[in-house]
Design a protein around this ligand. Structure first.
Ligand code: BDR
Ligand code: CA
Length: 311
């Protein structure tokens, strides 16, 4: 089994990413670290707790992390995700609470306790916790098997500003630290997540599973539709964070290449832009595997099959 840790700000799409992993026998989800992003930290933490309950996996520890970016005011996205961050499904209040201890300490201790090169970190929100953990414990950078993250965009532009994708925009200093850390990074940017459209047929397939999780996923994706379809004028909304889980489960669904990525932190106009040297026009060191495309049918088949295994 491959050991993974989530760092996340759930969020409907984070939720689908986490549920898919919890349903996957190849993965051992060691814990879920929460960060402020789509909504404030108390809500991202509560939502993570709702998800482990929905999945029947209250054995998975949830730890709350940073409640704001390293050096900026928090920007949230209730306009996308609703006031709870997880609007859509009707999920009960969680019966369990978060674990004691800051998410970054949980991350550091868990990675140190395992064999080097065996834990993969999956980041689905602003990179605040990840950057802070790397700063507190630089030894974990080389102990990680890798960091697979949703963030950024090159060919698709941005979604929170014309230049920037939300996760990187919210904490660009954290992102810059992470991209320069030397950790083996895989990026699932808007370039690929915008290819994964949650069409009515795909949403119906989740509902038709007939289990609680399938119904919840259908409700979450239907909620996201309201905002995104109008915005992008397409059939079906993009689906972002589950690309991370799908990549870890089956990288053959995706295509990309190793490139240099730098994060813009200085400018106001281009704050949080991922300057991705996809065509190799500089000789800056390659620091990330940038995923540019993916097979959306295989992607949805994988997610649907996994969600069908849950209660
Ligand atoms: C990212 O921002 C959040 O709103 C989503 O959960 C996803 O992680 C997409 O830009
Ligand atoms: Ca997210």
């Amino acid at each position: 089994k491959r050991a993974v840790i989530f760092d996340t700000d759930p969020g409907q799409d984070d939720a689908v990413a986490i549920l898919t992993a919890l349903a996957s026998p190849e993965l051992d989800v060691l814990g879920i670290c929460t960060v402020a992003g789509n909504i404030p930290l108390d809500l991202t933490t509560k939502n993570a707790l709702k998800l482990i309950e929905l999945a029947g996996r209250t054995d998975v520890p949830v730890h709350a992390g940073c409640d704001r970016p390293l050096g900026r005011a928090l920007v949230t996205a209730e306009h996308v995700h609703g006031e709870t961050g997880l609007d859509g499904p009707d999920l009960p209040e969680p019966a369990t609470g978060p674990g004691a201890g800051h998410a970054t300490d949980f991350l550091i201790e868990t990675v140190r306790a395992r064999e080097p090169g065996t834990v993969t970190l999956m980041a689905l929100g602003p990179l605040t916790n990840v950057a802070l953990a790397f700063a507190k414990a630089p030894d974990i950078v080389s102990r990680l098997a890798g960091l697979v993250l949703m963030g950024g965009g090159c060919f698709e532009g941005g979604n929170i500003t014309p230049a920037a994708e939300f996760n990187i925009y919210v904490d660009p200093e954290a992102a810059a630290m992470v991209f320069r850390s030397g950790v083996a990074i895989t990026v699932l940017p808007l370039d690929v997540t915008h290819q994964m459209r949650s069409t009515k047929q795909r949403i119906d397939a989740f509902r038709a599973l007939g289990n609680k999780a399938g119904e919840a996923v259908a409700a979450m994706l239907s909620f996201s539709e309201r905002f995104d379809v109008e915005k992008y004028q397409s059939e079906g909304a993009p689906l972002h964070d589950p690309c991370v889980t799908a990549f870890v489960l089956d990288p053959s669904i995706f295509e990309g290449r190793q490139i240099n990525v730098e994060i813009e932190t200085g400018s106001a106009l281009a704050r949080g832009m991922t300057v991705a040297d996809y065509w190799g026009v500089t000789d800056r060191p390659k620091n990330a595997f940038w995923v540019r495309s993916g097979d959306s049918d295989r992607f949805y088949q994988l997610l649907t099959e996994r969600i069908g295994r849950l209660p």
